[in-house]
Design a protein around this ligand. Structure first.
Ligand SMILES: Nc1ncnc2c1ncn2[C@@H]1O[C@H](COP(=O)(O)OP(=O)(O)OP(=O)(O)O)[C@@H](O)[C@H]1O
Ligand SMILES: [Mg+2]
Length: 281
């Protein structure tokens, strides 16, 4: 029998995954290296465009860690973290909104559109679709209390790819709003729209053990243990917590994905191997 040309074989290999995820919503937290390096930005945009054009429904929720810190330094506003979460005073909230909505969100929207996706930028204040309240001692860093899925579902059903900045409106109308950890924003959104998958892109191979080996699969009990003994620390804490939250809200699978790998998203979604830590119920 004659071997199939490689391109045909590749497309056929993707077919079961396209069928499996056709019409399904996939929430992707975009952050880390993939958000900073030019080469990786383009690959990410191609991946999102491809997912969208073959009938999946990606929703991008982005972080902005480094840009917010950089802009804070330029403007002389201090950046401070506690347990991987940013402490946000009134000036820091202004800076976070400038960086996230004014700069990063529009940049991602343009990038995706340039690659053929129909991207549209929103944040939790639009239509007040994400409402948050304060986390003790963190100022205007908030926790999500409520997500109204209607706006996103309308956009998704019109084949838009929503690109969500992690800023929320406040439950108390007098407040200026809240800066939300992007991982937490992604899981709350994934839960509210009943996404099939939540993927958290980051700057490491996934969740690593004490000897820096990749942990392929983790349960809630594993995560509690690794947090308690300090193996999971810093920015990885909100990420694994958010992955667990997403599962609790009914999302099928959550992944912590190595965003430094070119086309990590396609590898994760279209191959059986995957390139991540999978968090299971
Ligand atoms: N057990 C662990 N395995 C992997 N990374 C860990 C672990 N414990 C702590 N970390 C740290 O968590 C970091 C990932 O979180 P971080 O908040 O820095 O990035 P991000 O969430 O991908 O990006 P951003 O916050 O900018 O959106 C890793 O780069 C690593 O330094
Ligand atoms: Mg982070």
């Amino acid at each position: 029998m004659q071997a199939k040309p490689l391109v045909v074989q590749t497309l056929l290999d993707a077919l079961p995954y396209i069928r499996k995820f056709y019409g399904e919503m996939i929430v992707i937290k975009y952050g880390g290296a993939a958000q900073i390096e030019e080469r990786l930005k383009d690959k990410f945009a191609q991946d999102i465009a491809l997912l969208s054009l073959v009938g999946m429904k990606p929703v991008v929720v982005h972080g902005g860690g480094r840009s917010i810190t950089e802009l804070s330094q330029r403007l002389g506003v201090k950046a401070e973290f506690r347990d991987g979460l940013r402490v946000t005073d009134r000036d820091a909230l202004r800076v976070a909104q400038m960086a996230l909505i004014g700069e990063i969100n529009t940049e991602i929207v343009s990038l995706l559109n340039d690659h053929g996706a129909k991207a549209i930028g929103v944040n939790g204040k639009d239509g007040g679709f994400v409402k948050a309240s304060a986390i003790e001692n963190l100022g205007f860093t908030g926790e999500v209390r409520d997500v109204n899925p209607d706006l996103l579902l309308k956009l998704i059903n019109d084949r838009f790819v929503p690109v969500v900045a992690p800023i929320a409106s406040a439950i108390e109308p007098s407040q200026p709003g809240f800066n939300i950890n992007a991982d937490a924003m992604a899981s709350a959104i994934a839960g509210a729209i009943r996404a099939k998958k939540a993927i958290f892109m980051t700057d490491t191979a996934g969740v690593l053990d004490k000897d820096k080996n990749l942990l392929r699969s983790l349960s809630r009990a594993d995560i509690e243990r690794l947090k308690a003994d300090g193996t999971i620390a810093g920015g990885m804490i909100p990420k694994v917590d958010s992955a667990l939250e997403a599962l609790k809200y009914g999302v099928d699978k959550a992944h912590i994905l190595d965003g430094r790998v070119e086309h990590a998203l396609l590898l994760e979604i279209f191959t059986s191997e995957g390139v991540s830590t999978e968090i299971t119920r």
